[in-house]
Design a protein around this ligand. Structure first.
Ligand code: HEM
Length: 433
């Protein structure tokens, strides 16, 4: 490989340790030290980080076969299974995406709003005034139940908590840096057992539906009517659950954290909700959520500062040039929404501040805001995720008063499978309506 800027052999151990818990901070540090193109690691185990808006554009919108996913994403295989969308390329990917995409149509998501509200309300009903709770852990479970219920129906939803608990060891395993995910590494056995346990739950449901002849009118029913084989079907179900809750619950947590710790932002968001829905607790529908401009701006702003998918990667099929450097064919290239979305040249001198108003002032430039990737392999679940985050925030604004515990503490993110707030979101519950 050509000599590209980077920490080399000497800087590698320090970078490895830094990247273990905070790969997003390591990426930003590499950018600050070495610039737009950085090589990390040696030989075939190395990564080429490409920073900047045009790097995102090249990687995300070039011909589908120029940058492939499998080699870069295979760390997700223990949880997602080999035929999951995120692990496939070429014709297989196009076929599976065509089959799964209708599950996320706007009218389907709109019709799921009552279920989302019901689950969010059940979490709020359980809050006890005067106690301190971690809203991140609570909402992680809530979001998991929502994803299972909305996509796969009531019967699988009865197993949502159990399914989530069995998947957790697999999620913890894929949360590690790739070099610690080899077969036989501590945790790899537990992660394979976790996936097998999840498969048993999903297989039982598939068999029940096939046996009863009632396929159901949810997404699982829709997938049962396609030509997906059983293993493919199971991989799509488990991987959609995993893709759906780790990321979305982190985004809910970050939005809450920023709204509660930034002066006046909770009140401004509540005014937005009251203007549209009145002072009571009227339940929002899809149109209401789309009309909440300030809440949407706050959600975007949290996704900008704390994108749950803080980094992603591809394998470059061909050699190409970026910022005057030749990137060889076969390189695993890494790009970072986290780094891009805080660049002062794109977001101004207050790029690191939480300021929802910026979304009401102007649109971001293309490829400067990419929390859901884009364009041709954009996140399939983005509309569902945004709806869940908005409902979670809106109902808390309508129904509770909350005070952030340790509001002065510096907040830091951690995690690779999803960037989440270290220490969660601990709040003191005031009142609950
Ligand atoms: C805030 C929440 C979410 C975030 C930040 C997020 C982020 C992303 C990103 C960045 C990608 C593309 C990765 C890349 O280009 O390398 C992606 C892909 C994907 N996401 Fe999400 N996601 C979220 C929620 C969801 C949900 C709720 C689901 C489904 C239940 C989902 C399903 C998928 C799928 C299936 C893909 C692969 C698409 C393909 O390969 O064609 N995501 N997501």
């Amino acid at each position: 490989m050509a000599r590209l800027p980077g920490p080399g052999l000497i800087g590698l151990p320090a970078a490895g340790v830094a990247g273990m818990r905070r790969p997003h901070e390591l990426a930003r540090d590499l950018y600050r030290r070495y610039g737009h193109v950085v090589r990390l690691g040696l030989g075939p185990a190395s990564y080429v980080y490409l920073f900047g808006r045009s790097a995102n554009e090249i990687i995300l919108s070039d011909r589908p076969d120029s940058f492939t996913w499998y080699e870069a994403m295979r760390v997700l295989e223990p949880i997602n299974g080999p035929t999951a969308l995120v692990l496939t390329d070429g014709e297989d990917h196009r076929r599976r995406r065509r089959i799964v995409q209708p599950a996320f149509a706007t009218r389907r998501i709109d019709s799921a709003v009552p279920v989302i509200v019901e689950e969010v309300d059940a979490t709020i009903d359980a809050l006890v005034p005067g106690t301190t709770v971690d809203l991140y852990s609570l909402y992680r479970r809530t979001v998991r139940r929502i994803v299972v219920r909305v996509l796969f129906g009531e019967s699988l939803a009865r197993h949502a908590d159990a399914l989530g608990e069995v998947l957790e060891p697999a999620i913890r395993f894929v949360d590690r840096p790739p070099q610690f995910q080899f077969r036989g590494a501590p945790g790899s056995g537990a992660s394979r057992r976790a996936r097998r346990a999840a498969d048993r739950v999903v297989d039982a449901e598939i068999a029940r539906r096939r046996g009863s002849g009632d396929r159901g009118n949810d997404v699982l029913g829709m997938l049962l009517d396609t030509d997906l084989g059983d293993a493919e079907l199971r991989d799509q179900v488990v991987s959609l659950i995993a893709a759906g809750y780790d990321t979305t619950s982190a985004a809910v947590a970050w939005t809450l954290l920023e709204l509660l710790r930034t002066p006046y932002e909770w009140e401004r968001s509540r005014d937005d909700v009251t203007d549209r829905l009145g002072a009571g607790c009227r339940v929002p529908d899809g149109d209401d959520l789309r009309a909440l401009n300030y809440v949407s701006a706050a959600v975007n702003e949290a996704l900008r500062l704390w994108p749950p998918a803080s980094l992603s990667g591809r394998r470059a099929s061909d050699a190409f040039t970026y910022e005057g450097q030749l990137i060889p064919a076969g390189s695993i290239v890494v790009f970072s929404p986290f780094v891009t979305q805080r660049l002062p040249e794109l977001w101004g001198p207050d790029a690191d501040s939480f300021r929802p108003e910026r979304w009401l002032e102007h649109e971001p430039e293309p490829f400067s805001f990419i929390p859901f990737g884009g364009p041709y392999r954009r996140c399939l679940g983005f509309a569902l995720a945004l709806t869940e985050i908005q409902v979670a925030i809106t109902r808390l604004l309508q129904r509770t008063t909350l005070t952030l515990v340790d509001a002065q503490r510096e907040i830091r993110g951690t995690g690779l499978s999803a960037l989440r707030p270290e220490g969660g979101v601990r709040v003191r519950v005031g009142s609950v309506l």
